[in-house]
Design a protein. Structure first.
Length: 333
């Protein structure tokens, strides 16, 4: 037999939950942000992992868990975004330009929810589009490559052959030629499908072919494919340049620097502003002036970046921000 007083307590507890009267973790979880990773996986040590780190920072600071999904084939993108919206995520951040089509459809279906996308522009009143001036950061690591090169030949291995990656490549070439107008820059793209982001074996092959042609520094802008480039540089006793996340620690002593793209900051700020009510739709374009891109110096590459190199990079950074150096944006040509 159920005790009548116990029944009353249970009913009151249910009522409090229904009215939102509880505090603590249960109440905090009423805000449930979501993150949809793109191909390559959240632990790609590069682009997706930068997004993961930003979400983890938000979780650590607020105690609020986030929902996540790792896309493993192209058909999953739209479905994953829609599932997050159906579950009531107040903001869903979509990683990668390839999510734009699916996001546009879903955002129209759920006009009261917020969405954000990295590396694409979706012009809707409930979408924040976060893009980066990758050419500015790539210019600086191109300078670093040219200053470190002893052969006068450097290389670039891109992932999927798309305008966005051509933007990295052109900025890198302009930076290298800013230091040495006669430098030779080899370029290879890994492929024309999303599989190009997750093929370290092919990345290593392309890097080795460039090293064999005389390059002694190779920049990888290829997601997880770039891990093969970093490994090839180590095996050959040459230098590589990482991308998106700080990858200096992956092969200490042979990663000259990394072109850091603050995807982590973009995800963190999207979650945080959605939670505190200051989130705004529209386009955010993050370059050197906004600390959205840059290059890494830490204990793993400190011995590779000389004080003179650092001074020259610092001056160039300031000149780009001031408009004295114009870096060509491939996507605006």
């Amino acid at each position: 037999m159920t005790h009548p007083r116990r029944s009353i307590v249970v009913v009151l507890g249910v009522a409090l939950v229904a009215l939102g009267g509880l505090t603590g973790p249960a109440a905090a979880q009423e805000f449930a942000p979501a993150l949809v990773f793109d191909m390559g996986g959240k632990f790609d040590k590069s682009f997706n992992e930068a997004a993961y780190n930003g979400a983890e920072q938000f979780k650590k600071e607020t105690g609020i868990a986030y929902r996540e999904f790792e896309v493993t084939n192209e058909a999953q993108r739209e479905q994953a975004i829609r599932n997050m919206a159906r579950r009531g995520s107040q903001i869903t951040v979509c990683i990668g330009f390839a999510q734009a089509t699916g996001l546009e459809k879903v955002a129209k279906e759920f006009p009261d929810l917020k969405f954000a996308i990295i590396d694409a522009v979706v012009d809707l009143p409930n979408v924040q589009s976060i893009v980066f001036k990758e050419h500015e950061g790539s210019f600086l690591v191109g300078m670093a490559a040219a200053m470190a090169s002893k052969t006068g030949k450097v290389g670039f291995v891109g992932g999927m052959d798309i305008p966005l990656i051509r933007r990295f490549a052109l900025g890198y070439e302009e930076g290298a030629k800013y230091v040495n107008p006669k430098i030779e820059v080899f370029q290879n793209m890994t492929g024309t499908t999303p599989a190009a982001w997750n093929d370290p074996t092919r990345g290593g092959e392309l890097a080795r072919s460039q090293f064999d042609r005389g390059a002694d520094v190779v920049y990888a802008a290829a997601g997880a494919t770039g891990l093969g480039v970093l490994q090839a540089a180590k095996d050959k006793g040459k230098l590589a340049i990482g991308v998106d996340s700080n990858q200096d620690h992956l092969q200490p002593g042979t990663v000259l620097t990394s072109m850091v793209k603050r995807v982590d900051l973009a995800v963190y700020e999207a979650f945080k502003t959605a939670k505190d009510g200051t989130w705004k739709p529209g386009v955010r374009n993050l370059g050197l002036a906004e600390n959205g891109v840059g290059y890494s110096i830490d204990q793993y590459n400190r011995s590779l970046i000389t004080p003179d190199m650092e001074r020259r990079l610092g001056r160039a950074r300031g000149d780009i921000v001031a408009g004295k150096i114009k870096v060509t944006d491939y996507m605006a040509k």
